[in-house]
Write a protein that binds this ligand. Sequence first.
Ligand code: ATP
Ligand code: MG
Length: 564
Amino acid sequence: MSIIQQMNSKLANMIAAGEVVDRPASVVKELVENSIDAKATNIMIEVIDMGMGSIIVTDNGMGMDFLDAHLAFDRHATSKIMDESDLGHIMTLGFRGEALAAIASVSKVTLKTRQENTEGIEVIYHGGIFVKDGTSTLNQGTVVEISDLFYNTPARFKYIKSDLAERQAIIDIFDRLALAHPNIRLTLVMDNKTIKSTYGTNDFYSLIDQIYGSKMTNGMTIFEQTVQKIHITGYLLSPQIARSRKKDISVFVNGRYIKNYKLVQAVIDGYHSFMMVGKYPIALIHLEIDPSLLDVNVHPQKYEVKFVNESILAYYIETYVKEALLKQTHQIPETLKNISKGLDETYIPLNLNFGEAVISESKPVYETQNTEKTPKLPDLEFVGIFSGTYILFQNEEGLYLMDQHAAAERIRYEHYFNSLAHPNPAVKHLLFPHHLQLTSDDISVISNHPKKMNAVGFYFNEQNDLVGLPIWLNDSEVEIAIEAMVSMIVEKDAIDLAILRDKLAKDISCKGAIKANKALSLSEINSIVKNLRACENPYTCPHGRPTLIKLSHHDIERMFKRVV
Ligand SMILES: Nc1ncnc2c1ncn2[C@@H]1O[C@H](COP(=O)(O)OP(=O)(O)OP(=O)(O)O)[C@@H](O)[C@H]1O
Ligand SMILES: [Mg+2]
């Protein structure tokens, strides 16, 4: 007896829906993309309860007629392509004709729409089933209201992440849609509060400031190039605004945000000598390409596209980013200029600003550590400095080269790692509130999680300016510390102290170690050796590079072929 049955369309839609709408943020994406395709110039997104209460997208686009307002809910029904030949030149964001059907199959949808000089229409679907239709009053355009998302798919409902992760996912989608469409006015309202809005004036300076926070475009570099029929525009924010995540490097193709590892890496490589290790820039790359050189039909969410010549494109992007940043050298801060110079001349400036406790000659820093257990550096006799970077030592076993930068990083890392071990650090109250150069997303996380911030010693006033910080943290390192904590709250919804300690200590030690250009005095070299000796793991920097290399007598004699 045959046991295979054709699925009914309702079940097939629900199964397929999972590919298109996996979370509230993807509903926002699909609805706004529809509004953009309908040539809207003003789009408002209202979200209640992270999208699980309701999502309403209102646009002033072309609207739909009565029949289309019903057909829009059918699977594989689209106004954007007619036949397979259209797949070769897609210029709209949607084309698969499945998003509304997918959303409707897992929620309750009210669609109101009105074309120019016609009456407004309302159509209601619950769980993909038509409920009713009628007339409606509204301005020209479309309003789509989604409520009770995933009410009929409890398995999906259960896997929706924490409130904060959903909130951030919606904001991220909004940011990308806005950055992709500078000519459209977009507003995001969450739980009746306007979170972000853009002017739609085609001005990237105000757009980027609206998305990332005020004055973020200070020191921004823009380049524009055309290569092999691809028009590339880059908006490169100052390398000083360093982020710990790559997510603020955005690539857009013909107004579509895409995920492309190679092209993102090309931007990172272009920034390479201008950024600190492990830090990433905020940058936008807009590509305008003849759609016949692209395949956007790779994945239902359309985040992936296939380029004809991706590697060459990556090469050009890296080159243009590098050239543009180099041209702007007058805007690169002193310290960063020193690093790029340093890379050519193998000179890496060192900052020995460990704070009093660490640099003190008379008092070892890690007095409390059990010196028996920690690995020890051998006794070292200072010989000299090679190339401004390597300190040479000798003892009866041979010659030692210490990378002063790596050693300083290790010392700073352990200092901060240990400082951060105290769960309730003493707080330094600031006389004047300190205004931080953080993105608006960071600020919103901070203002929503005062308790988590207070628990690790950070206090803010109502303007989100810093008014108190842990006593162990240098004022100049505040931004990097806060950014690390914000990314942890966003990713984990909590500050995991162990991970934070490691991450912060790495970030801060790295930043501090390239901050100043300071030649070493003998007492500072002594201080390095003493402090490195006290470290738990003195032989590598926090990123795993060696701090000390030994050339034994035997090695040297072998090099001179005195022995074989
Ligand atoms: N806001 C809107 N304004 C005008 N028409 C709309 C709007 N939203 C949807 N439509 C119409 O409904 C159709 C179906 O929308 P749907 O999102 O399901 O498919 P699509 O956008 O064509 O393709 P995709 O599944 O790739 O998004 C669209 O092709 C469009 O004609
Ligand atoms: Mg669509």
